[in-house]
Design a protein around this ligand. Structure first.
Ligand code: PLP
Length: 393
């Protein structure tokens, strides 16, 4: 089928929840994708920060094929080695002692909120359930996570939403302090806001949040679903700020394209989950865990994270140069391979023009561009994309 045929079939049978670009991809290799009409694209989106190792990475393909031949799924009524080993690897490389595996980011956040609530029941003040989040945040599309998300556009039409969430202004520590009440049990924030348009908080903000949580016995939950796993040039985004959370959620890149989410926590908190309290059928099956383990091995190999930081700086430098010659770019920002720009024109038009030029980018907010390419993007591929972007602008 060509692009037009795939699009027609999709639009006939798929529920119309997405505003898609009229392109159907059929093949990927490294940082490139090909559509059904044979056109080649440079991928600066990586499936929204998912394809961290690009497309068809040979080591991922190999472990996926081998594990598929061996064992794909058993359910969590039993033990499997890939799940145990992946959990060990995540704990050994984080503040956490235990992991709960699920299948998506929203589900990882659901697990974090359920954990916070059931943990609160075992704390001094048992009547707490409220989770504070920030405006412009994004935490997923389940009913509870649209309640948690600080953007009205995801909530419209779905009332009544679950109770127990309150959003406070972005990057406003005083507002957060003022919002903490007798029912509050946790604060959940993204170390870097992805869907919000690649927005960073300051060091003082994180230090302040940690102190606020310590002073009021609240859990600090970091949603690193988009910003974690090397995206910012450190394994975890919060490492840039020297502030440790109590609970962390991960997903997106974790399975490098296979669906997996994870909720990580320290022992005292994780202990609130006991057999029967929380579950999911697929969560952490041997197939996805074997792939995620291989991804982490590659990510943690000496020099890999350094390379992301180095090429990320190069990328940001290139964007800054582009800003000097193109006044439609108002601001650029980024850490590692998580970069964004604010424009004086609608981002969507730039994205469409870039697609026509064979460059895949996206616009998570009205005037913002987001660049979350595969972490293996080379300097040549940065130059190549910047040249195309310059042409578009
Ligand atoms: C993508 C994302 C989610 C939701 O993940 P899904 O896998 O789409 O459910 C939650 N939080 C953040 C920060 C994200 O970027």
């Amino acid at each position: 089928m060509n692009n037009q045929e795939i699009i027609a079939l999709t639009d006939q049978f798929i529920m119309q929840t997405y505003g898609r670009f009229p392109v159907a991809f059929v093949k990927g290799e490294g940082c490139y994708l090909w559509d059904a009409n044979g056109k080649k694209y440079l991928d600066w989106l990586g499936g929204i920060a998912v394809n961290a190792l690009g497309h068809a990475h040979p080591e991922i393909v190999q472990v996926l094929a081998e594990q598929a031949k061996t064992l794909i799924h058993t359910s969590n009524l039993f033990y499997t080695e890939p799940q145990a080993r992946l959990a060990q690897l995540l704990c050994e490389h984080s503040f956490a002692d235990r992991v709960f595996f699920c299948n998506s980011g929203a589900e990882a956040n659901e697990a974090a909120v359920k954990l916070a609530r059931i943990w609160a029941k075992s704390s001094a003040n048992k009547e707490r359930y409220e989770v504070l989040t920030v405006e412009k945040s994004f935490h997923g599309r389940t009913l509870a996570m649209i309640a948690a998300t600080g953007q009205d556009k995801v909530k419209k039409g779905f009332a009544p939403l679950p109770e127990g969430f309150r959003t406070v202004p972005f990057h406003d520590l005083e507002a957060m302090k003022a919002a903490v009440g007798p029912k509050t049990c946790a604060i959940m924030v993204e170390p870097v806001l992805g869907e919000g348009g690649i927005l960073f908080h300051s060091q003082e903000y994180f230090t302040g949040l940690r102190k606020l949580c310590d002073d009021h016995q609240l859990l600090l939950v970091f949603d690193e679903i988009q910003s974690g796993l090397g995206r910012t040039g450190r394994l975890w985004a919060h490492e840039h700020y020297g502030v440790t959370p109590d609970v962390l959620t991960s997903a997106k890149a974790l399975g490098t394209g296979l669906p997996i989410g994870a909720c990580l926590a320290r022992e005292e908190i994780a202990a609130a989950f006991t057999p029967g309290t929380h579950a999911t059928t697929y969560g952490g099956n041997p197939l996805v865990c074997a792939v995620a383990e291989k991804f982490l091995e590659i990510l943690l190999a000496p020099g890999f994270l350094d390379g992301i930081r180095e090429r990320g700086d190069y990328f940001l430098g290139g964007l800054k140069k582009l800003m000097e010659t193109h006044e439609t770019i108002r601001e650029v920002r980024g850490k590692g391979m998580m970069l964004g720009a604010t424009l004086s024109i609608p981002g969507r038009e730039v994205v469409a023009a870039a697609m026509a030029q064979g460059l895949i980018i996206n616009s998570p907010q009205e005037n913002a561009l987001r660049f979350v390419p595969p972490l293996i993007l080379t300097k040549e591929q940065i130059d190549e994309g910047l040249a195309r972007l310059a042409g578009v602008l």
